[in-house]
Design a binder for this molecule. Structure first.
Ligand code: DGY
Length: 328
């Protein structure tokens, strides 16, 4: 029996890739960098499935280049802002993602960023390596306390709740803002309060972003939002870079409108080497690695493979972001 043809836009962990290879005739892009646009358009021709990464723009043009045999798009990420969902739905193509398995790993990392920013760990390491550590100093690299501080969580989904759970261990007061989740059982259990965004920005010592990127959240944290935050506040972003206006963030960090930022995601990615943000000391910038644990990336690969194979078989995807395709 001939195997269905698929294009896999990068090497994913073997634990998932071997399932893809077993079921499909897989054309796998093995370079370190993502396939250029023209390569994607060329390699998807005639495929039945695409296994994409968040670095690949999968839009109507790509879907049309694939043609009418395209049965499934499986995105190796929980976020899917890189895929044109209405275009996929219009073509009857289900899109899969990888929710759940990366929740704890990502929340761990977001909390690690919070701690690192509060206690200036990255600055301290740079200071030591630069040979500047001469003695113990009463005012050397003073930071802010995490214990009993107020954490504001923007987006109270799985990862936002994971952040709230971690904050319990530090006796933090938790505020959250989420238009889709005003009455939440877990929030009630831990005493987290749902507030409007302005109140959250005003009252929080730490503001952590956990919303998807869409037209409502693009540049949600702009100059106006930053101006409402405390001058000592720390902004943490492990969601998507474009949720924060980077020019405004640079000005806010530079002028002391807010105290610190810790980003795992930027706009664009990677952050350009000449970005003014890189000239600041009061920011940590990680290369989009919040979900990067060996186990989690393996589970994401297995889920992405399972979505792909289900779509090729004509079965419902275990994790489908556009279930409307099944109602047609
Ligand atoms: C996702 O899955 O959306 C993350 O950003 C990548 O880990």
């Amino acid at each position: 029996m001939t195997k269905p043809k698929v294009f896999v836009t990068r090497l994913i962990p073997e634990v998932g890739l071997r399932d893809v290879r077993a079921f499909c005739e897989a054309d796998v892009w093995t370079e370190e960098l993502p396939p250029p646009r023209d390569v994607i358009l060329d390699r998807v021709r005639g495929v039945e499935g695409i296994l994409s990464l968040l670095t690949d723009r999968i839009d109507a043009e790509v879907m049309d280049a694939a043609g009418s045999d395209l049965k499934v798009i499986s995105n190796y990420a929980v976020g899917y802002d890189n895929v044109d969902i209405p275009a996929a739905t219009a073509r009857g193509v289900p899109v899969g993602n990888t929710p759940g398995v990366l929740t704890d790993t990502t929340a761990d990392f977001a909390f690690a960023l919070l701690m690192a920013a509060a206690r200036r760990i990255v600055e301290g390491d740079k200071f030591t390596r630069a040979g500047k550590w001469k003695t113990w100093g009463p005012t050397l690299l003073l930071g802010g306390d995490v214990t009993s501080a107020t954490l504001g969580i923007v987006g109270f989904g799985r990862i936002g709740k994971g952040m709230a759970k971690r904050a319990q261990g530090f006796d933090m007061r938790v505020l959250y803002h989420d238009p889709l989740c005003r009455d939440d059982l877990y929030a009630a259990q831990i005493g987290a309060r749902c507030v409007d965004l302005d109140a959250l920005l005003r009252e929080s010592d730490f503001v952590s972003l956990h919303t998807p990127l869409n037209q409502n959240t693009y540049h949600l944290i702009d100059a106006d939002a930053l101006s409402k935050m405390k001058p000592t506040a720390v902004l943490i972003n492990t969601a998507r870079g474009p949720i924060v206006d980077h020019d405004a963030l640079y000005r806010a960090l530079r002028t002391g409108t807010i105290g610190y930022a810790a980003l795992d995601v930027t706009e664009p990615e990677p952050i350009p080497a000449d970005s003014p943000l890189l000239s600041l000391d009061n920011i940590i910038i990680a290369p989009h690695i919040a979900s990067a644990s060996v186990a989690t990336r393996g589970k994401m690969a297995q889920m992405a493979a399972a979505n792909l194979i289900a779509g090729l078989r004509g079965d419902r995807l275990p994790n489908c972001v556009n279930p409307a395709v099944y109602e047609r």
